[in-house]
Every structure is written in structure tokens, then in C-alpha cells.
Design a protein around this ligand. Sequence first.
Ligand SMILES: [Zn+2]
Length: 211
Amino acid sequence: RTARIVSNQTLKHFYQWSINTGPQMIDDQDMWTEVYDAIEKNDISEAAARLRNGLERFFEMICNALQAPVPYTSSHRWDFGVFRSAAIGKYRNLLKEAKKALQSWGKDKQDQFMAVQQLEERVSQAAIQAGEESWGINSNVHFNEWSNFSKNDFLPVVNAYKELCATFLCPSCGQPIRGIGGGLNPERIQCACDKMGWSMNKNRTVKKLAG
Ligand SMILES: [Zn+2]
């Protein structure tokens, strides 16, 4: 097993490089504005459609940022639920890995460990809440049926999904946490400003190196 040493500078370079070459920057504000505008007009059918489309783009982008595996379909069409579960699943795994790495450094990284733990709990809560409100993005609900739902029925749906989306984004730069280096098994996860950034490198100093 060989250890790879990548400097922070190199990682930042990688990061910029991937932003500039892919459709990776996110601006989700328009999406929420459109959804809330439709709710304000009591057009729940319109709000649901906008929410569904917006979430599909959002979670597709997150799958890209986290290198989340999505089951292949020859139609090249994936529905929102596929992107959502792939994104949540991969995010949880990465946070778990980051926690393991931080834990190996003991007291030195205890604060960061706690921060990741809190984020992990927030993701779990938000995923449960969004799951309970997922009737609101059901594409099988007929257009006419939406008239049965009011603003007050639909607001919890939007709020639940807004919170779920927020757990993937850094509150400072508004950009998603993404995997850096290592392909499907990132060496690091971080947002654009690196206020949320954690390495997957474990402390190996206590172990003897062979050869
Ligand atoms: Zn940031």
C-alpha cells in the first residue's frame, strides 16, 4: 500500500479545475423563488411541478459532485427518486468515512469530528422529513387533484425539501460539498470555500511501515 501525499494547494487546483470544466456551480435560489411564488398564487400544481424539476436538477448535480453511483438505464432518463437516494446514500457514506479518519487523529480533530457528526444527524433528520412529505412531488398525481391541496398542505413539503437540499450545501459559499481526488473514493470532501472540508486520510503514524 502506498501513501499519496497531496498538498492543499494541489487540491485547490483540482477543485477549480473541476468547477471550470463541468456544469458544477449551483445556484438554487431561482428554483425556490419560483416554487414559493407559485404557492403564493395558490397554484399547487405548478409549485409541485417546479419543485420536482428543480429537485431533479439539484440531486443530479449532487450525484455528480459526490461521484454517487446511479443505476444505468438505456433510456438515459433517471427519475428524481433515483438521484435523491443515490445522493443521500453516497453523502452518508462519505461523512462516515470522514468521521473515521478524523477519529484516528484523536483529540487533535475532535472539533471537526463533532461537526461532521452533527451534519450527519442533520442529513438523517432531513431525509426522514422529506421522505414523509414526498407525496408532494408525486408525478402521478393528476393535474386536477392538485386543486384539493392548499398552500398550508404544500408548504411543509417545500420546507422539508429545502432543508434536505441545504444539508448538501455550505452555508458560507452556498456551494455543495464534493469529492476531491480518488474518483469514486474521494481523498477529501470539501465545498468551494473549504470552510466545510475534511480529509479521508487516517493517522497511520502508530503503525510500522513494512519495507
Ligand atoms: Zn463553503
